[in-house]
Design a protein around this ligand. Structure first.
Ligand SMILES: [Fe+2]
Length: 157
């Protein structure tokens, strides 16, 4: 199958940007999985509010990850995000095993989300320097949405 992309960015920029975006897909998939674990394994007096909030985080993370993966495809490369690749390369700490209370769940997801946002910020700077303003803008939009969720979460701590 052809991986030709008619997107006018120079091939060197496409390759450089793709290499920055792929790890963001891995960490996004892992963060979504961890946030689902938090959503499912939560047990606390304020269960329902936190359970629902965690699913809003899942939606924001999932949407952002989808946008990043589709940007990679626009630049021509395939998405190499097998489960094995995701869990060996995401760089996020594992979510605690077993049942968790609200504080444990929110602390773990807040830390993982902050790490993902930091990775996005680093990516924005590098992609700007590489000369792809469109991808930098896409990541900026995603980061803004995730930073809102970060505020929702950490306001519980
Ligand atoms: Fe659910």
């Amino acid at each position: 199958m052809s991986s030709t992309s008619r997107n006018p960015l120079p091939p060197k920029v496409k390759a450089e940007v793709t290499a920055i975006l792929l790890p963001l897909v891995y960490s996004g998939i892992d963060l979504k999985n961890e946030t689902k674990l938090a959503h499912w394994n939560l047990r606390d007096a304020n269960f329902i509010a936190v359970h629902r909030l965690l699913d809003e985080v899942v939606s924001a993370v999932d949407e952002g990850t989808d946008q990043i993966a589709e940007r990679i495809r626009q630049l021509g490369a395939p998405i190499d995000a097998t489960s094995e690749k995701v869990f060996s390369s995401s760089g996020l700490k594992d979510f605690p095993k077993g049942i968790v209370n609200s504080k444990q769940a929110i602390e773990a997801i807040t830390n993982a989300l902050a790490q993902v946002i930091q990775n996005l910020h680093d990516g924005i700077d590098k992609i700007d320097e590489a000369g792809d303003a469109i991808t930098a803008d896409i990541l900026t939009q995603i980061s803004g949405k995730l930073e809102l969720q970060l505020w929702f979460l950490e306001s519980h701590l």
